[in-house]
Design a protein around this ligand. Structure first.
Ligand SMILES: [Zn+2]
Length: 110
């Protein structure tokens, strides 16, 4: 089954973005459909909740970050790292799984 432009996906990236699925092809950066992977419903729900949580630290109106944005992003990334470990376990031997943490607030605060 072809899920993106690549002939075969070797490496799957876990990354949160606004209204996207949490899995990406690490090579061509296509957003992948979580439903195409053999993940448990429980983990899919956790990933979905994690996506909804993305961007809490972004102050859209003022195009900046919330006052505790760096901390919020950090917590989000810690959760993402845990979820990535679970995805790794469930996709064992099918794909390599890597985590790409959010750096938005970190960049902004500098
Ligand atoms: Zn690809």
């Amino acid at each position: 089954m072809q899920l993106c432009g690549c002939q075969k996906i070797k490496q799957v990236r876990v990354e949160a973005d606004i209204s996207a699925d949490s899995l990406w092809c690490d090579r061509c950066l296509s957003n992948l459909n979580v439903e195409d992977f053999t993940l448990t419903d429980e983990l899919k729900n956790e990933l979905q909740a994690w996506i909804y949580d993305y961007g809490k630290w972004i102050d859209w109106e003022n195009d900046g970050i919330m006052s505790n944005g760096v901390l919020l992003e950090q917590q989000h990334n810690e959760r993402g790292a845990l979820l990535t470990a679970k995805v790794k376990l469930e996709l064992d031997r099918q794909y390599q799984v890597v985590f790409s943490p959010s750096t938005f607030a970190m960049k902004y605060s500098k």
